[in-house]
Design a protein around this ligand. Structure first.
Ligand code: GLN
Length: 523
């Protein structure tokens, strides 16, 4: 087993996740088997109970994990699905240690952070690493945080047991007023890392502009590193270019040398290069609105935004996305939507902004604007149809109006008497059957597709007949459970109960987004 540990310095949101994903991609492109683990030092068991303001999007894995959004980056860069086991949190390991203590596993011992918790952390990492040549482990947070200490200690110990490479991603600010790159914050964070007993093998310097030779020399000297181990990771136009930035400075060669991976194939990055060449390549730009309620936080719609980038590269249509606040539509009406030729009604939870989303749905339906409803979006397409086409006054989802006379969306039977909120939704991938002759079937070109879920409510089958008779087609199902609706009289009006955005990848763009973008481009 071989490991690359990635730590963060100075501040968060540096793009450590993208760095980890890019390193993974470069190593994989040599023909090595590579996976990536994210460690989140918070005490939540998983990301599922945090709202998007806290944490951005909750990324759902095929095996039903509610994980950190970095897992989404890893899946997109590695071009494969990962497991919930790839996201380890402090909550999980602390809980397991206490459970083991109660079972008597440590009978007679005083249970401590070192060695009991650190042993368990190592065990969990190795469990994932077992089937791979190299495992990249990204340790969330910043060196110096209290929460991340046990994980850094486990990473240090693993260096004694297994061949390991330590990569420190740190902030190197460019101070505009003096026109200089400043290395001091990073010097301090490397010192902090050394205090813990980790000497980095390479430094990825994140900053606005490329490192000057002088800044590189200083960073190398103070970090005790050769010049070639200091990598400039300045801002680039899109994150998919980062692997080339790191590749151009030989980072993966350095890693393979240190890890002693002797015989390796030359890199094959041709498919990735081709994709990056097509991103933003289109000459025509289409404006797409995402109607949501967490629009202040772009990360809340990470996978959705990326899925549109993938579809844009596939179709050659440049896409410009506007994040539209549903609350704003509630107050001011649909005016902000008038410059868009496609609408995505995003998923979400809770009553806030719901009527604004319903207004957007009605606007898209009546004006013939391509509309894609995802999860909550699909549910509200159903509500809007019930109210305005079927004339069912007060129709709603039970989630927002438990006393509605027409609960066209109601709670899933298994969700009825739940006492616990964590990991209890309908979660993860299932095989969805598509109905022949529908638009969704023609987009996928298949009878069965695998899609991921995260919800508690569903289409109420008591209304199935009314919907069908009025022209709304139930176009996909899992058993009796409605997975998609569409209205064939409209250029593109599809609502899906699942989340197609989680499975879209640069090298496997999702057919629903590709179809949606093509339809929006026609307008
Ligand atoms: N709140 C809705 C439900 O639980 C939709 C969830 C979602 O959009 N992910 O069914």
């Amino acid at each position: 087993m071989k490991f690359v540990f990635i730590t963060g310095g100075v501040l968060s949101s540096l793009g450590k996740g993208i760095t980890a994903a890019s390193v993974g991609l470069l190593l994989k492109s040599r023909g090595l088997k590579v996976t990536i683990v994210k460690i989140d030092p918070y005490l939540n068991y998983d990301a599922g109970t945090m709202n998007p303001y806290q944490h951005g999007e909750v990324f759902v894995t095929d095996d039903g994990g509610e994980t950190d959004l970095d897992i989404g980056h890893y899946e997109r860069f590695l071009n494969e699905n990962l497991s919930k086991r790839n996201n380890i949190t402090a909550g999980q390991v602390y809980m397991e240690v206490v459970e083991r203590e109660r079972k008597g596993v440590y009978l007679g011992a005083t249970v401590q952070v070192v060695p009991h918790l650190t042993d368990l952390i190592k065990e969990r990492i190795k469990e994932v690493a077992r089937d791979y040549d190299i495992t990249v482990v990204e340790i969330g947070g910043t060196v110096g945080d209290i929460e991340s200490l046990p994980f850094l200690e486990a990473a240090r110990q693993m260096g004694l047991e297994e061949s390991s490479f330590y990569l420190h991603v740190s902030y190197v600010p460019f101070v505009r007023s003096v026109g200089e790159i400043k290395t001091k914050p990073t010097q301090h964070s490397v010192q902090k890392l050394r205090e813990i007993g980790i000497q980095p093998d390479a430094l990825v310097a994140r900053g606005e502009i490329p490192l000057t030779p002088e800044a590189r020399r200083k960073l190398a000297l103070f970090s005790n590193l050769p010049l070639r181990a200091v990598v400039s990771a300045h801002d680039v136009d899109n994150v998919y270019e980062v692997p080339f930035l790191l590749d151009g400075q030989g980072l993966d060669d350095l890693i393979l040398e240190k890890l002693g991976v002797g015989v390796y194939r030359p890199k094959d990055l041709s498919a990735w290069r081709d994709f990056v060449g097509r991103v933003e390549g289109g000459n025509k730009r289409v404006r797409v609105a995402i109607v949501g309620k967490y629009v202040e936080v772009r990360d809340a719609y990470k996978s959705l935004l990326e899925a549109l980038v993938h579809a844009a590269a596939e179709t050659g249509v440049g896409v410009e996305v506007g994040l539209i606040d549903a609350i704003d539509l509630e107050k001011r009406g649909t005016d902000p939507l008038k410059d868009y030729s496609g609408l995505i009604i995003a998923g979400g939870f809770g009553r806030r902004g719901i009527e604004g989303k319903i207004k957007a749905v009605q606007y898209g339906r009546e004006k013939g604007i391509p509309t894609l409803g995802i999860c909550l979006g699909m549910q509200l397409m159903t509500v809007e149809w019930a109210r305005n086409v079927l004339g069912l006054k007060g129709a709603h989802s039970e989630e927002f109006d438990p006393k509605t006379p027409h609960p066209v969306i109601h709670i899933l039977p298994e969700q009825k008497d739940l006492k616990r909120m964590g990991a209890t939704m309908r979660l993860g991938g299932q095989d969805v059957r598509l109905r022949e002759g529908t638009l969704i079937h023609s987009l996928y070109g298949r009878d069965t597709v695998r899609e991921r879920h995260r919800h508690r409510y569903e289409f109420n089958n008591a209304y199935r007949q009314k919907f069908s008779e009025s022209g709304m087609v139930i176009s996909a199902e899992v058993g009796e459970l409605v997975e998609a609706v569409e209205w064939p009289e409209h250029p593109f009006y599809i609502g899906v109960q699942f989340h197609p955005e989680y499975s879209s990848k640069p090298l496997q763009p999702h057919p629903l987004f590709v179809g949606f973008l093509k339809a929006s481009n026609r307008l």
